[in-house]
Design a protein around this ligand. Structure first.
Ligand code: ADP
Ligand code: MG
Ligand code: MG
Length: 902
């Protein structure tokens, strides 16, 4: 923000009144959202009480000068105040005809209720009498005065508002009054005397009678409220910079407390929960602003429909004229701002005044409905409708949620690692989870932390809870990938898997007890929580259709199982970008054969085990091909280090040895042999197939035989994309491509059916990105690149994902990084490698297929980058597919709008 000059030449104060304003809606930076929109409404000649806004520059100057108001501003304020006085026929501080004002805060971004506002300023012992004479309503005048003293005492003088509330409560109790509105002039006079005494006692000086002193005090306090703790917290939670500062709006008061044909209220032009085109709001007769929010009296609905039985209490019935005007203004403001508005208004003696408008906060469901409705009505374009939805928000719609209206028994809090909610029986072992799942039971898998060996248990569970691990822990990443709700790092839980117990504080839970987790909030509850099902409403579908028409990139999914593949298709996936074959290996029925293969003494023994695996792999692929009905599928050859498949606990090792008919010592020796210091940079990826080509042969055979079968069965042509992982050298690719081609040829000869296919590679090592031209070169070079940005991030940053959490949080704290590079792609570094890989690959093979299959495939910011470098598709976990579809559409539209598109 520009440095304010303190020489007074800069304009500090911007006036507005119906039909004339010095600012407008586009000046929120200087006037704050509230001030800018008041000016805009004044320009539209809406009934806005006249006023002026002191700029955010003054706020900067105020703080820079050690919390003092610049003198030059004071002169401008006094002039503007005279201007208001002329318009409303009153003078600030005048005993006969006093002008009263509100002093209101307003920053660039809406921070509702976070800062302070003072009403009825300009009242003192003399002017209150003037106001009483002028209006002929002394109850009203003294009611206004006591409100002012109370607010001023609280906000400016720092007297706890409880002191005032106690005085009022006591008075009402002693004198048998129920509601504030029952109190008469005499009562208020007595209370005012007590209020003043309280101020003198607590603040140490009398309540200021000088109206100018009141004004400067209030303006300074409103600026100062920018730094109050609740405003600071709000800013931190909403990423609002601390140096924006607030503007201050000073505005002529209008009075909703002038009796029963006066009122004050708030309204949304549409229903903010579901987006229906229903006016939604409340009002209080004979009241002033803060009463509605403060909950002193119960407000009444605006519309007859909203009020139901009590329809005559609605504003529509009670003040039909003001209501009619209000509805018309709603319409006008919606058209003008082209968005749903949140409006504050006051009715003074039957006349309507508008005090604020802003874009209304809304749920995802409402945001979709409103955007679609506005586009359908031609108020905004489809592109704008698409751009209005925050893609990550869609997540809320795709999972069941815990009913916020019901009571629940909270036992622990952890991290909201994977959204959605689930209830089920506690289980502590993955095997148990699978066994119970097979019996149709819902289970929550509870572990201190999870490892790849728990994947099948996680899959069988409806939710996952861990005591350790962060947002990028194994449990979190896998759960998000599977779309399972997960709470990770619930550090207060003591989990003893062997004893089958979980302690939460003084309470003990055991296997079979029912708990609920909320992966959207990180909360853990005892018992079965009340759930609301996901609602993929009609507008969700419409928005997705529009997004699909707008986007350039395809969206695929990362799916390893039929269940994931089906889910992803429901969410609109256009293929599988990554099928990790090892997840199939972990399933109970196969792990033994996998272990047998790994432990085999020689090639012959290995082949025997592989022969057992072939039919199961083939069946897996066949089912996937059928589900995907001709859509492209990228299948990655076996990737993880083999030791991940072996047992690591003594008890389990003994069981495995027995099952394999193998000597326990020999098994343990094999486990020890395969142990590596740094398995993620060890014997994995293409390195496995180069050493044991028979593994590759089995997998490729399974793929091609499955393709033949699926094609026969469904009639849909299948074109598998076989992906070789962890390539760094062209020679690695050549060796494995030869194995793949030879096996494909063999299947073709045996079946007589030709299956067209592509062989490509995952780019996940910096060397591969740099040597992309060499890797893609020629007929026998890679047919496609899929950027494995999870590993590429690890290998480019030299940072192991499994160990990253504490390092990253320290780095965030020291501002080494601003976002987790495993969540949002590190554009300057890893992004550059991706771009280099794409460019160099295309330099030798212009039409090489390019995609990405890391976690970043579901992240909006990363997707915008992938659009810019022209990838053909992104691939992400099933539950992120809708998010990716919308993000890709937004990226295409933004690129077009910025003129970057060709
Ligand atoms: P917030 O940002 O907390 O909403 P506002 O500045 O909007 O604070 O003030 C709160 C309420 O005070 C308004 O909704 C309105 O009812 C009342 N108010 C503010 N200014 C005036 C005014 N000039 N006349 C009457 N009521 C006012
Ligand atoms: Mg307020
Ligand atoms: Mg307000």
């Amino acid at each position: 923000m520009a440095q304010p000059d303190t020489d007074g030449k800069r304009k500090w104060v911007y006036a507005f009144s119906p039909g004339a304003a010095e600012g407008g809606a586009d000046m929120a930076e200087l006037l704050g959202g509230k001030g800018a929109n008041l000016a805009e409404m004044a320009r539209l000649a809406l009934p806005v009480p006249p006023g002026f806004t002191i700029t955010t520059d003054v706020c900067d100057a105020f703080f820079a000068a050690g919390n003092t108001l610049p003198e030059a501003m004071k002169a401008e304020v006094m002039r503007a105040l005279d201007g208001i006085g002329e318009m409303v026929d009153a003078r600030f501080g005048d005993e006969k005809c006093p002008l009263l004002v509100s002093v209101r805060s307003g920053s660039r971004a809406s921070m509702p209720g976070m800062m302070d506002t003072i009403l009825n300023l300009g009242l003192n012992d003399q002017t209150v009498e003037g106001l009483a004479r002028l209006t002929g309503d002394s109850r009203f005048a003294f009611d206004s005065y006591r409100r002012f003293i109370q607010m001023y005492g609280d906000v400016v003088l720092g007297v706890d508002h409880g002191a005032f509330e106690d005085i009022l409560e006591n008075f009402k109790n002693l004198n048998g009054f129920a509601a504030d509105t029952d109190l008469d002039e005499e009562s208020w006079r007595e209370i005012i005397a007590d209020y003043k005494a309280a101020i003198e006692r607590e603040y140490g000086a009398p309540f200021p009678q000088d109206t100018n002193e009141q004004l400067w005090g209030a303006i300074a306090a409103v600026f100062g409220s920018w730094h109050n703790p609740r405003a600071k917290t709000y800013r931190r939670l909403h990423d609002i910079p601390d140096d924006w500062g607030t503007a201050v709006t000073v505005q002529a008061m209008v009075f909703g407390n002038l009796g029963d044909n006066s009122a004050t209220g708030v309204a949304f032009t549409r229903n903010p929960s579901n987006g229906e085109k229903d006016i939604f709001g409340e009002y209080l007769p004979n009241a002033q602003g803060e009463d509605v929010v403060a909950g002193i009296r119960t407000p009444q609905p605006l519309t007859r429909k909203g009020a139901g039985e009590a329809s005559e209490s609605s504003l529509e019935v009670a003040m039909p004229h003001a209501f009619g005007e209000l509805v018309q203004i709603f319409e006008q403001l919606e058209h003008h701002y082209r968005d749903m508005q949140d409006i504050e208004f006051t009715v003074q003696l039957g006349k309507l005044w508008i005090l604020q408008t802003r874009a209304g906060k809304r749920t995802t469901e409402a945001a979709l409905k409103i955007a679609v409705d506005f586009a359908a009505d031609g108020l905004i374009s489809r592109d704008e409708a698409i751009l209005r939805i925050e893609p990550a928000q869609l997540d809320q719609l795709l999972h069941p949620a815990i009913d916020p209206g019901a009571e629940h028994d909270l036992i622990a809090r952890g991290l909201p690692a994977s959204p959605g909610a689930a209830s089920g029986e506690l289980v502590f072992h993955s095997e148990m989870a699978e066994a119970l799942k097979a019996k149709g039971r819902d289970v929550i898998l509870v572990r201190s932390e999870t490892s790849p060996e728990d994947v099948h248990g996680m899959h069988a569970a409806v939710g996952i809870l861990t005591a350790r691990g962060g947002m990028t822990s194994h449990a979190a990443v896998v759960a998000r990938g599977m779309g399972r709700p997960c709470v990770s790092g619930a550090g207060t839980l003591r989990i003893d898997a062997n004893a089958g117990t979980m302690r939460a504080g003084a309470r003990m839970f055991k296997s079979g007890d029912i708990i609920s987790i909320d992966g959207s909030t990180g909360r853990v509850y005892a018992g079965k929580a009340k759930m609301l099902p996901p609602s993929l409403s009609g507008t969700f579908g419409t928005m997705m259709e529009w997004a699909d028409e707008a986007r350039r990139m395809k969206v695929r999914t990362n799916a390893d199982t039929p269940r994931d593949a089906k889910q992803a298709r429901i969410f609109g996936a256009e293929g599988i970008g990554l099928c990790r074959t090892e997840h199939m290996f972990f399933e109970e029925s196969r792990i033994l054969a996998v272990r047998e293969m790994i432990c085999a003494e020689d090639q012959e023994g290995r082949q025997q085990a592989l022969d057992k695996l072939l039919p199961v792999q083939r069946a897996d692929f066949e089912e996937l091909f059928e589900i995907m009905a001709g859509l492209p599928i990228t299948i990655r050859l076996l990737d993880p280090p083999l030791h991940e498949f072996l047992p690591h606990e003594d008890r389990e090792a003994a069981q495995v040895a027995a099952a394999l008919g193998m000597d326990l010592v020999r098994l343990k020796t094999r486990v020890a042999e395969l142990e590596e210091f740094n398995p993620m940079l060890g014997f994995r990826g293409c390195r496995l197939g180069i050493k044991y080509p028979e593994i590759t042969r089995m997998q490729v055979r399974a793929i091609f035989e499955a393709a033949v079968n699926a094609q026969k069965k469904t009639g849909n042509a299948v074109r598998p994309e076989v992906m070789v992982p962890f390539i760094g050298y062209r020679r690695e690719f050549d060796i494995l491509r030869a194995v793949i081609v030879e096996t494909a040829e063999a299947v073709k000869k045996e079946t007589g059916i030709t299956i067209p296919y592509d062989v490509g590679t995952m780019i996940e090592l910096p060397r591969a990105a740099l040597l992309a031209a060499e890797i893609a070169d020629g007929e026998l070079g890679a047919d496609f690149f899929s950027f494995g940005t999870n590993d590429l991030t690890q290998t480019a940053l030299g940072l192991s994902r499994d160990d990253a959490a504490p390092i990253l949080s320290n780095y965030l704290e020291h501002e080494v990084i601003t976002t987790d590079p495993f969540v949002s792609l590190d554009l300057p570094g890893v992004g550059e490698l991706v771009k280099i890989g794409v460019d160099r690959g295309r330099s030798v093979k212009p039409d090489i297929k390019t995609g990405i299959c890391g976690e970043h495939g579901g992240d909006s910011k990363s997707i915008a980058f992938f659009e810019d470098i022209g990838l053909d598709y992104v691939s992400c976990s099933p539950f992120r597919v809708p998010i990716a579809r919308l993000s890709a559409a937004q990226a295409t539209i933004r690129r077009r709008l910025s003129g970057k598109a060709s």
